[in-house]
Design a protein around this ligand. Structure first.
Ligand code: HEC
Length: 210
C-alpha cells in the first residue's frame, strides 16, 4: 500500500512538474514557452574566463560592454571534461561588468567596476529544435544597462547565433577565449589547478577521478 501511494505521489509530482515549465532535474534554467526566467546562483557555478571589449577601444560603444565574466553550469562542465562536448541542457552565462578604474598600484589597465548586464545561451534540442546547433541566446540587460529583466525571449538566430556559428571554436561557444574550457576539454580529469609545473596543464589534476 505504502509503495503504491509513493508511486502515485511521484507520478502526480512529475505531471505537475511537466505542467510548470520545461525545467528538468540536471538543468540549471527554467524555460516557459521559450522564455527564459532570469537564472540565479551562477556565481557559484564554474567560472571560465573574462574577455574584455572596453568602450574606449570600440568607438565609445562596445556591442557588449565591457568585461564579460563567463560561467558554465556544473553538470555541463563535468560533461565537457569527460567528453569534450556541450551536453543537451548546457547553459552559459555572460555577466557584463564595466571598466571601473584604469589605474591601480599594479599599473595601468582595465579593472572591473560595476555590474552592467546579463546574457545567457542554452543548448536544448527539445526547446530549440530549429535553432542552429540547438542554441538560443538571451539578454536580461535592461535599458542603459541599469537593471535586469525578470524573463527574456530568445533572439532571432540572425541576431546572435550566426556570429557564434561562424567564429566560435567549439559548437558555437568561444572556447578559444576561455582557457579553463579549452584546457579541460575531454581530459576526463579534475581541473583544480596547481598540480603541474607546466603552465599549460596547470588547470588539470593528474589523477582521473571525475
Ligand atoms: C559580432 C559577433 C557576435 C554577435 C553578433 C554576438 N556574439 Fe556573443 N560572443 C561573441 C564573442 C567573440 C564572444 C566571446 C568573447 C567575448 O565575450 O567578447 C561571445 C560570447 C558570448 C557568450 C558567452 C558564451 C559563449 O558562447 O562564448 C554569450 C552568452 C553570448 N555571447 C551571448 C550573445 C547574445 C545574447 C547575442 C545576441 C544579442 C550575441 N552573443 C551576439 C560574438 C558575438
Amino acid at each position: 500500500m505504502a509503495l503504491k501511494a509513493l508511486f502515485l505521489t511521484t507520478t502526480a509530482l512529475l505531471t505537475l512538474g511537466a505542467g510548470i515549465g520545461q525545467s528538468n532535474a540536471g538543468e540549471y534554467y527554467t524555460l516557459k514557452n521559450g522564455e527564459l526566467t532570469r537564472p540565479t546562483g551562477y556565481r557559484e557555478w564554474v567560472y571560465v574566463g573574462t574577455p574584455v571589449t572596453p568602450n574606449d577601444m570600440n568607438n565609445g560603444k562596445a556591442a557588449f560592454p565591457e568585461h564579460h565574466n563567463v560561467y558554465i553550469d556544473p553538470a555541463s562542465w563535468k560533461h565537457w571534461k569527460k567528453t569534450g562536448k556541450f551536453r543537451d541542457g548546457t547553459i552559459l552565462i555572460k555577466e557584463l561588468v564595466s571598466v571601473g578604474s584604469k589605474t591601480a598600484v599594479s599599473g595601468q589597465g582595465y579593472f572591473q567596476g560595476e555590474f552592467l548586464g546579463l546574457e545567457a545561451t542554452i543548448k536544448s534540442k527539445k526547446a530549440f529544435p530549429n535553432e542552429p546547433g540547438n542554441w538560443a541566446y538571451y539578454s536580461f540587460s535592461g535599458p542603459n544597462h541599469k537593471s535586469l529583466t525578470k524573463t527574456a525571449k530568445p533572439f532571432p538566430a540572425a541576431a546572435c547565433n550566426a556570429c557564434h556559428e561562424n567564429a566560435a571554436a567549439d559548437d558555437f561557444v568561444f572556447t578559444q577565449y576561455y582557457p579553463v574550457l579549452s584546457v579541460g576539454k575531454g581530459t576526463g580529469k579534475l581541473a583544480t589547478g596547481g598540480h603541474n609545473d607546466k603552465l599549460n596543464n596547470s588547470y588539470q589534476e593528474p589523477k582521473a577521478s571525475n
